[in-house]
Design a protein around this ligand. Structure first.
Ligand SMILES: Nc1ncnc2c1ncn2[C@@H]1O[C@H](COP(=O)(O)OP(=O)(O)OP(=O)(O)O)[C@@H](O)[C@H]1O
Ligand SMILES: [Mg+2]
Length: 152
């Protein structure tokens, strides 16, 4: 587990950017944190790190956005408007298993609504700091070989 103090939105983006540069195909990032905690901001940085030039906006209504122009495809999901039972029927595993789509990076906002989690994933929880800024807590779940020191 590793904690990051993110004093402004750029710092949140930067954390995403570094991960976007180094993560391998098939990586899943599960994002949690209350409204406005910075989940989309993080994914915007992730897109920059992958070399995606398209603007990344929150797929709150579309559920998923696919960006195919970067080093790897980015699948950006937002489960905010869904119930866990609905999420179950969507077969979202196809994104991180690369079934029917090229294997890429999957980033999921409101991931607590995901009933069946992947075997391995990066858990990122964003929370508000009392004065200003945010804190990110990053955990590697499963058998992931990522050198977290590269993020410091
Ligand atoms: N570390 C930070 N410090 C201060 N402001 C930040 C930080 N990170 C992001 N923000 C700002 O917080 C606001 C909300 O960010 P964002 O939309 O990324 O949150 P979110 O978690 O995706 O929200 P939602 O729950 O609605 O999806 C934006 O104005 C963003 O610039
Ligand atoms: Mg968002």
């Amino acid at each position: 587990m590793i904690n990051f103090i993110l004093s402004d939105a750029d710092s949140t983006q930067n954390l995403g950017l570094k991960l976007g540069e180094l993560l391998p195909a098939g990586s899943v990032i599960l994002l949690t944190g209350e409204l406005g905690a910075g989940k989309t901001t993080f994914v915007q940085g992730l897109g920059l790190g992958l070399g995606i030039k398209d603007a990344i906006v929150s797929p709150t209504f579309t559920l998923v956005s696919e960006y195919l122009e970067g080093r790897l495809p980015l699948y950006h999901l937002d489960l905010y408007r869904l119930e866990t039972t609905e999420v179950n029927q969507l077969y979202l595993e196809s994104y991180w298993e690369g079934i029917d789509v090229p294997l890429g990076i999957t980033a999921i906002e409101w991931a607590q609504r995901l009933p069946d989690k992947p075997h391995q994933y990066i858990d990122i929880h964003l929370s508000y700091l009392p004065e200003k800024g945010r804190q990110a807590t990053l955990k590697l779940v499963g058998n992931l070989l990522i050198n977290l020191e590269l993020l410091l």
